[in-house]
Write a new protein. Structure first.
Lengths: 518, 506
């Protein structure tokens, strides 16, 4: 009887599972805070340099000294407008500032001045390439809901040992652009790709340094999962994401964490979580902001910000012209990629890599102009496979690699004219990095890097190599074509990597053929 | 011996020029008088050393025949909610009792540039929240016109700029700076029998004025005559890059015509019927009627007008005031400056104790109410609605001033409903009730941002000043003060007699 019941119970299980399987979807939205590159703060005249001694870039207004008033920094508004235009936003003719209240030791006023009711710009769209390892390249579009200007807070430093908190107000009042994106993303890779593209654009515009390590660009992610056909699920917010790589890792982790909870029958709670880059996981933050009421109020000390939207207008001391600022917008990354594909005949992936690395792009543009006859593929291969690999191996930032475009062009020219071989070209990268003032020609001479293309010399090397590698010769003669590489390698060794390999291969094949005929 | 006290600024200036008086001598006398009249409690802090130093510098300029302006060497006082570099600025609160600003308010620095001598910082209600100058941690300010300054028989000076009004009325200085958010300059000017001007919002910079309600605060001017008031306005008015809400167009200095050159025939005066309100004393009403008659007799067109939303104004004012107060007071947490409690169990605990100790009951009540009104669920119901009614109130004024065929130039109203109340009667009411009565006639001008001036007209049966208020459209100070000047000349309001001063000094 007992057994029977057990079996009956088990037997009911499949009935529950008959509900049609519906796929889980992940939904990701980003909020980005970008510090506007500016010499003074958003509402005061104090400086903005990162790493200034503590509490030295603090105007009375930044410390909320009573009676001080905010004065809007024109340069910051210009940067905000340029960014908005580059991201396809509609810039608003009138925007306003609001106070957002909360108590925190590094928020001297007890409120942050931001734009809640009427932001600087709305309704933008960003389209960017997504490269996921092992998948085909695709483009993704994300709506930019809002771009607003606001002030940064100070920094609290907690001394656990002395049980004291200290406040540094250098950051208080720094200008920020907050960009609120619609939850149009699905994966961590897409989010990371969006941020990469955004950084490229902001750097081109010079409106943000995008140095995440200095906190100049901060990314918060909103993540939820839902089953197809259902409304969006309960979302969590992940903060404290410190690098582009972490964006993808943190979001992927959070999606999996939520899927795991749901698969075990649990429920997702609305909370703010922090990314722990060392342990590679998200952790719930202690102060949950669920019950915060920010008691928004219009900022009475700043009149509404009016802009001139008329086409062809010019800026005056009182009124900024959006049309005039739009003329200052440089070529954007996507345009560059299209130009590289259409004009320089590069493939899409290569174009993406070059645009991602402005230094490589600069080299490419220089070399392709100075060596018009060189196929662009050779240039990009050299830049990506050799120069970039060299830097990566040394853990060297491309910005810190001082080799000039002209020198790289000289190397490629020598390579193309077969004066040197690829091996020597790679060696020259290293030599030039260490001796940036030397010319390529000098270095070739000094280090005897000229390629040996003299047929007689090469024949001598080949004969010696054949003598040195009897086993390989035997295998080759038995029909194992790959064995030739061993003999070629031997020639390279004997010639100290200087023999022209094209001639070597011909020569070896000839020699081995003739010996076989004997 | 005290003759200089009765002088106007113009006479003092010419006495400085011809050497009959010297800035140092006058300043010394002012300091001496201020000390002997300490019983008024007009000053929170006298700055005699600074004043005498500034007077000496001024004297040297006169010796070299290079005075900086007509105000050079003139002792003035400044309300203690204007920041003065290196001179404590307390807002009459425990929170800022030891606060020493690192900068000068624009008003203060412009007065300095004109060569004035800062005699001291005057008393006020804590953070300017009040209408009596009775809520100060330094005690209340007394009205020099009181029949009896002893015990509890004295009269209030009005507020919140009661210290400045009292100092000017007692002749301790020639002019003083106050602030006006809902009547804080005009109310004490009315009770103390001096001229009190609230300029157009944005005409005078608020930079350095510790805010009460940013969207209504205006620096105010106290003087003993309209002419003196104009001289001060000419020095402090005009755009300021440090205050984004100042009016950008350059300020044209006012020049009032001589009294006998003033022609009232082209001027239309409106008497708003809504200001004939509950609680208006017969004496004030009679004064109001009398002046209307005088104006009409002199050829002005006098007519009754209506400002239909006047009755709602005080409620709207109260809501907006408390919301901005809640926000403006959020900065006082004891971290960067000001009072800091010893309670360091946690940051939140430090805030709570600091604020509990640093603010009085009035400030705390307004913070609490303001935060309640700003809650997401209440914002539309109160704050937004109040803004809408505020617009209606402003439109009332623009209709009256700008309707083509029957526009009026000036509105004539009472400033306060009565003579200065006795302290014991006044303090029996709550702060809320005090303000609701006191601010009735004055705060609508702040809601609309228009200029308004209170001028003394006559003495009541109790020997106390009775004053009237004139209002006009924005930036119309020239006409406003011209008419005020004309009325002033007709009524020749009795200045304080030496007898009263001597009695006070006992």
């Amino acid at each position: 009887m007992r057994n029977y019941l057990t079996i009956r119970r088990l037997a009911t299980k499949p009935i529950l599972a008959q509900e049609p399987f519906r796929k889980w979807k992940s939904v990701v939205g980003l909020e980005v805070h970008a510090q506007i590159a500016s010499t003074s703060k958003l509402f005061s005249g104090s400086g903005t340099s990162f790493g200034a001694p503590l509490n030295t870039s603090v105007a009375p207004f930044d410390a909320s000294i009573p009676g001080t008033l905010p004065v809007l920094n024109r340069k910051c508004v210009e940067s905000g407008i340029k960014t908005a235009l580059a991201l396809g936003c509609q810039v608003n003719e009138v925007s306003m500032f609001d106070r957002k209240h909360y108590f925190y030791a590094d928020l001297p006023n007890g409120y942050q001045i931001t734009q809640q009711r009427a932001a600087l710009a709305n309704n933008g769209l960003m389209t960017f390439p997504v490269i996921t390892p092992g998948q085909k390249l695709y483009y993704k579009s994300v709506k930019l809901l809002q771009l607003q200007l606001e002030q940064d807070s100070g920094k609290s430093l907690h001394d656990d040992h002395l049980k004291r908190s200290l406040v540094d107000l250098n950051r208080a009042g720094l200008p920020l652009m907050e960009l609120v994106f619609a939850p149009d993303l699905e994966t961590g890779e897409e989010a990371a790709s969006l941020v990469k593209e955004l950084m490229l654009i902001l750097r081109r515009l010079q409106t943000c340094s995008c140095k995440m390590e200095e906190g100049a660009l901060r990314v918060d992610a909103n993540i939820s999962i839902n089953q197809e056909g259902d409304p969006l699920g309960v979302r969590t917010e992940v903060k404290n994401i410190g690098s582009v790589r972490s964006i993808s890792q943190a979001i992927t982790f959070e999606i999996n964490r939520q899927l795991d909870i749901v698969s075990k029958g649990g429920r997702i709670t609305n909370e703010t979580r922090s990314w722990d880059a060392e342990k590679r996981c998200t952790v719930a933050m202690r102060d949950k902001e669920v019950l915060q009421d920010y008691r928004f109020m219009p900022e009475p000390n700043l009149p509404p910000l009016h802009l001139n939207l008329k086409p062809g207008s010019r800026s005056t001391s009182e009124l900024l012209s959006v049309a005039e600022l739009s003329e200052e917008i440089p070529e954007l990354p996507e345009h560059t990629r299209q130009r590289l594909v259409e004009f320089n005949k590069l493939n899409a992936e290569t174009a993406i890599i070059l645009v991602n690395e402005p230094i490589l792009l600069e080299h490419f543009m220089y070399i392709s102009k100075s060596l018009k006859n060189l196929p662009t593929k050779i240039i990009t291969n050299f830049l990506i496979n050799d120069l970039l690999t060299y830097c990566n191996k040394l853990n060297l930032n491309l910005d810190d690699c001082t080799i000039s475009s002209a020198n790289l062009s000289d190397i490629l020219n020598c390579l193309h004219l077969e004066e040197i071989n690829l091996q020597a070209a790679r060696q020259l990268i290293d030599l030039l990095h260490k001796n940036p003032n030397e010319s390529v020609a000098n270095l070739i001479d000094q280090h005897k890097l000229q390629q040996i293309s003299n047929v007689h010399e090469i024949e001598t090397f080949c004969r010696q190599a054949i003598a040195n590698q009897p086993k390989a010769v035997q295998q080759y003669k038995k029909g194992k074509a790959k064995a030739l590489f061993a003999i070629v390698g031997e020639v390279a060794k004997i010639s100290e990597q200087k023999a022209n390999m094209k001639i070597v291969v011909d020569c070896l094949e000839n020699l081995l053929k003739t010996t076989a005929q004997k | 011996m005290r003759r200089h006290l009765q002088f106007g600024i113009k006479q003092v200036h010419s006495s400085y020029l011809d050497g009959r008086l010297s800035p140092h001598l006058v300043t010394e006398q002012a300091v001496k008088d201020a000390l002997s009249l300490r019983t008024l409690n007009a000053f929170i802090r006298l700055t005699p050393e600074l004043a005498l130093l500034q007077a000496k510098e001024s004297e040297e300029r006169f010796q070299e025949k290079q005075p900086k302006s007509e105000l050079d060497g003139i002792p003035i006082a400044v309300k203690d909610n204007f920041c003065t570099a290196n001179v404590p600025t307390t807002c009459a609160s425990r929170m800022l009792q030891d606060f020493v600003p690192p900068y000068n308010a624009t008003v203060v620095s412009r007065l300095r540039q004109a060569g004035t001598v800062l005699l001291g910082k005057t008393n006020l209600d804590q953070f300017a929240m009040g209408a009596g100058t009775v809520d100060s941690i330094y005690g209340p300010t007394k009205n020099i016109w009181s029949e009896d300054l002893s015990k509890d028989k004295w009269r209030i000076a009005g507020g919140s700029s009661g210290g400045s009004a009292s100092a000017v009325a007692a002749g301790l200085c020639y002019a003083a700076i106050g602030s006006d958010t809902g009547g804080s300059t005009r109310n004490p000017a009315s009770y103390c029998g001096v001229v009190g001007l609230k300029p157009t919002y944005g005409l005078v910079s608020r930079h350095g004025l510790i805010p009460l309600v940013n969207s209504m605060d205006v620096p105010g001017i106290f003087a003993r005559s309209v002419n003196d008031c104009v001289k001060v306005l000419n020095v402090i008015a005009g755009p300021d890059s440090k205050d984004s809400t100042t009016i950008r167009q350059p300020f044209r200095k006012l020049q009032l015509p001589e009294v006998d050159q003033i022609n009232l025939r082209s001027i239309s005066i409106g008497i708003p019927k809504e200001y004939h309100c509950l609680g208006l004393s017969p004496e004030v009403l009679a004064t109001w009627t009398k002046i209307a008659d005088i104006l009409e007799c002199a050829g002005a067109k006098v007519e009754q007008v209506s400002l239909p939303h006047t009755a709602a104004s005080i409620f709207v004012y109260s809501i907006l005031n408390q919301c901005e107060v809640a926000s403006n007071m959020a900065r006082y947490d004891g971290i960067e400056y000001g009072h800091r409690a010893l309670d360091e169990r946690s940051t939140e605990q430090l805030y709570a104790t600091t604020r509990a100790e640093g603010f009085n009951q009035v400030v705390k009540t307004r913070i609490l109410t303001g935060n309640f009104l700003l809650l997401r669920k209440n914002y539309q119901k109160y704050f937004e609605k109040a803004l809408r009614v505020r617009r209606l109130i402003a439109e009332d004024f623009s209709k009256v001033f700008e309707t083509n065929n029957q526009a009026v130039d000036i509105l004539l109203t009472p400033t306060t409903l009565t003579e200065a109340p006795l302290f014991r009667d006044f303090s029996a009411l709550s702060n809320r009730d005090q303000c609701a009565v006191q601010d009735f006639c004055t705060q609508p001008a702040n809601m609309a941002g228009i200029p308004a001036v209170s001028i003394p007209v006559r003495l009541s049966q109790n020997g106390l000043p009775l004053s009237l208020q004139l209002m006009s459209k924005s930036l119309n100070e020239q006409l406003l003060l011209t008419v005020a000047r004309w009325i002033e000349a007709q009524v020749s309001f009795e200045c304080l007699e030496s007898g009263q001063l001597q009695a006070a000094e006992q």
